[in-house]
Design a protein. Structure first.
Length: 145
């Protein structure tokens, strides 16, 4: 059976969504809340709601609600930046929740690369980085259409 890119994308997206759902259940957070915490923890230079929406392609209403709830729960603080920018900062109380989410992410990656030799994994990651570079170059040249 020939596997297409779309087959890969579909199953990857479905399985990763299940991983995030399990992390949400284990932490008592919503899927959007754990997604926001993991995004901020894994992307320290992207610390605004706009960054999350741009990268994750998530609805503004979902991100705004998650940020509000995480702020109320003491997992985030909001610090004014230049103009109307608000920077989101993780608090120490978010750390155990992030640890659970990262553990689930690591288990997912371990499952993906199960039975790969170190050199096969290296080749895959190199090819993947090359694909991302090509796509980023296209986006830089033509903007986000």
């Amino acid at each position: 059976m020939k596997v297409t890119f779309w087959d890969f994308y579909s199953i990857f997206d479905k399985e990763y969504s299940n991983v995030i759902k399990k992390a949400a259940e284990e932490t008592g957070l919503s899927v959007n809340e754990i997604s926001v915490l993991l995004f901020l923890a894994n992307n320290p230079s992207a610390d605004t709601a706009a960054d999350i929406m741009r990268v994750r392609k998530a609805a503004k209403s979902h991100i705004s609600l998650a940020v509000s709830q995480l702020t109320e729960k003491g997992c985030l603080t909001q610090q004014p930046g230049s103009g109307r920018k608000i920077h989101l900062k993780l608090t120490p109380s978010a750390e155990p929740l992030i640890a659970i989410g990262r553990k689930k992410q690591k288990q997912f990656l371990d499952r993906i690369f199960q039975d790969f030799s170190p050199s096969e994994k290296e080749v895959f990651l190199s090819c993947f980085a090359h694909i991302i570079s090509n796509l980023q170059e296209e986006e830089d040249q033509h903007g986000d259409r």
